[in-house]
Design a protein around this ligand. Sequence first.
Ligand code: FES
Length: 113
Amino acid sequence: MITYPICHKDDIPENSARGFSLEARSGEIAFFVIRKNAKYFAYVNSCPHTNINLEWVPDRFLDINNELIQCSLHGAKFQIEDGYCIFGPCLGQKLKSLEIRIKENHLQLITND
Ligand code: FES
């Protein structure tokens, strides 16, 4: 298990998301973290429809109500809590979740590489 520093937990405001990219041993990981109700959720930044990045401008991963993750290309919508697609061309598929933890007020990404 390897941990990688992401950011201070307060760098992501409540009901928002932020994109990151870091160099892991196995290669670059592009991902984003969402903070909702004081919980954090992390997913690989790749839409299951065509494997492109989800955002159209930096850090814009959520829909207008900040209730769902939205892909910018064809509008697929995913639940924040589990990455499950509930609308759009990849209905029923899921974003790839990543394991994160908070240590001393900082978010860390945990990988198996
Ligand atoms: S690429 Fe994401 S919905 Fe088509």
